[in-house]
Design a protein around this ligand. Structure first.
Ligand code: UGA
Length: 488
């Protein structure tokens, strides 16, 4: 099928490359000259595992081409489906629909009479109801007839976007304007190879199904963080608790990892915007307000834990491991690391961070004045008074803590993702605090004592997923239990 994709950010570029992989003929349209020239040189404007390979391969076969809006007029006219995948964030935690409106104005008049328009951007609910009218008006103004208009929200996660696009759990189509079902039928054919259930809904319901999914995921994370606080207070261990809960198929184990909370361009923004927008129409959303509150509290708690772990935060050197909002991405949008680094600097600490994504680290230093960047883990932790892990990059689980112990000044680790093994770290002579895992004092006598009279809690061996005979565990539950505590 011939397809145009307008907007080549995360969503648009992954959609373009994925459709080309299925054999469709795709033109990606991008207004930014800088981004366009990068793509034409075969380079990506951001890091997404596997995307460079797909873009390179299909750029080579000619199945995926890139064009500016002016160059793309003919291709758009020849497309059976045109996706709009432009940004809808205002960069300040709010929505903006100006970019989408401008794209509709310039693209819709050039579409063929039998083409289908599919909006893939996440839209504010109140905008969804105006879409049919906007598109019909642009068509009418150019003496053209109505075209089918659908929403097709995306559910891809950064760092797993290709996998999520090619093998989705479900595909949602929201009907904005499609009286003959021509658009739905055509888009179903486009996605045939995904072999996933296709759910066809009214437009607004489709938009809410996207919002609802993200709000629920955010709620699960804040729930896990609340649970972790209770575990810390009573002396339970959250990993063990969640691994047992995960056997219940009504609950599942995904998105129940406590720590510094959720970041990124989607979950934090969609939670806070929903609370704000609902308030404006007089609907209180106390659950979501709490989700937002808990998420911010986690960042503050991390800063508190670092502060408590040193004699005097003023002048202390704090090493931060990881800056991106999750591993395998170079995205810093609403990354917990930025707020944390800023807060520690304000308390007078010297903050030195390392992230495997060197470019992202440099950008972080621009965003947080005073933040220093180290070229390696060992440079970051040399002479550190405390170490804080913020992003669970796999390489941090490989650190040889025994040799690291020789280069630090203070032997305290705060694990903001529960990614390290508390007993290994404690054995190496560090004190360990995660979230909901208790407190492990350094096993080396006299190095550090539990603070504030806190009772040290013995770290249990990791028994959760093997405490039942494998035969007694349904395959699905086994998989869920194994996923607990891992990066999603
Ligand atoms: C999220 C959704 O997961 C996608 O389904 C959705 O398509 C996307 O937003 C979007 O709306 O475009 P993404 O923001 O890429 O995807 O990242 P997630 O994997 O959801 O992680 C978000 C944050 O939650 C990360 O900071 C991660 O570290 C944190 N997290 C995740 C936890 O703190 N605990 C967990 O158990 C899981």
């Amino acid at each position: 099928m011939r397809v145009s994709v307008i907007g080549l950010g995360y969503v648009g570029l992954v959609t373009s490359a994925g459709l080309a992989e299925w054999g469709h003929d795709v033109v990606g349209v991008e207004a930014s000259e800088a981004r366009l020239s990068l793509l034409r040189e075969g380079r990506l404007p951001f890091y997404e595992p596997g995307l460079d390979e797909l873009v390179g391969r299909h750029g080579g076969t000619g199945r995926l081409r890139f064009a500016s809006p002016a160059e793309a007029e003919e291709e758009i006219n020849a497309s059976e489906i045109v996706f709009i995948a432009v940004g809808t964030h205002d960069g300040n935690g709010g929505w903006q629909t100006d970019t989408a409106c401008a794209a509709l104005e310039s693209i819709v008049p050039h579409m063929a009479d039998d083409a289908t328009l599919v909006i893939r951007s996440t839209l504010p609910p109140e905008f969804v109801d105006t879409l049919a009218g906007i598109v019909r008006e642009h068509r009418r103004d150019h003496g053209k007839g109505a075209i089918p208009v659908l929403l097709n929200p995306e559910f891809t996660r950064e760092a797993r976007a290709i996998q999520d696009f090619m093998h989705p759990d479900r595909i949602v189509l929201g009907v904005i304007d499609d009286p003959e079902q021509i658009g739905v039928e055509r888009t179903q054919r486009l996605y045939e190879q995904a072999e996933a259930p296709i759910v066809v809904l009214r437009g607004l319901d489709a938009a809410f199904s996207k919002l609802g999914a993200n709000l629920f995921l955010a709620t699960k994370i804040s729930f896990a963080n609340e649970l972790a606080a209770l575990c810390d207070a009573y002396g339970a261990q959250v990993d063990q608790v969640v691994s047992a809960m995960a056997y219940d198929t009504r609950i599942g184990g995904a998105f129940l990892r406590p720590g510094v909370g959720f970041g990124g361009s989607c979950l934090p923004h969609q939670v806070s915007m929903t609370v704000k927008a609902a308030m404006e129409i007089g609907i209180p959303t106390p659950l979501l307000a709490a989700v937002d509150h808990i998420n911010h509290r986690q960042r503050d708690q991390f800063v508190e834990r670092i502060t408590e772990s040193v004699t005097d935060i003023e002048g202390a050197k704090v090493a931060l491991l990881g800056l991106t909002f999750k591993p395998h991405t170079d995205d810093l949008r609403d990354a917990p690391s930025l707020t944390i680094a800023d807060a520690l600097l304000k308390r007078g600490a010297r903050v030195v961070a390392y992230d495997p994504m060197a470019d992202a680290a440099e950008r972080a230093a621009e965003l947080v004045p005073g933040l220093e960047i180290a070229a390696s883990v060992s440079d970051a932790i040399a002479d550190a008074d405390a170490i804080g892990l913020i992003t669970e990059w796999p390489e941090f689980s490989e650190i040889d803590w025994t040799s690291a112990r020789g280069s630090v000044r203070g032997a305290a680790i705060v694990d903001g993702r529960n990614a390290l093994s508390p007993d290994r770290v404690a054995e190496a002579g560090f004190s360990y605090r995660g979230f909901g895992r208790g407190y492990a004092p350094a096993s080396e006598a006299g190095v550090l004592q539990p603070e504030n009279g806190r009772t040290p809690i013995a770290i249990q061996p990791d028994v959760g997923a093997v405490s039942l005979p494998a035969t007694a565990i349904p395959a699905q539950s086994m998989r869920l239990a194994e996923r607990v505590g891992r990066s999603d």
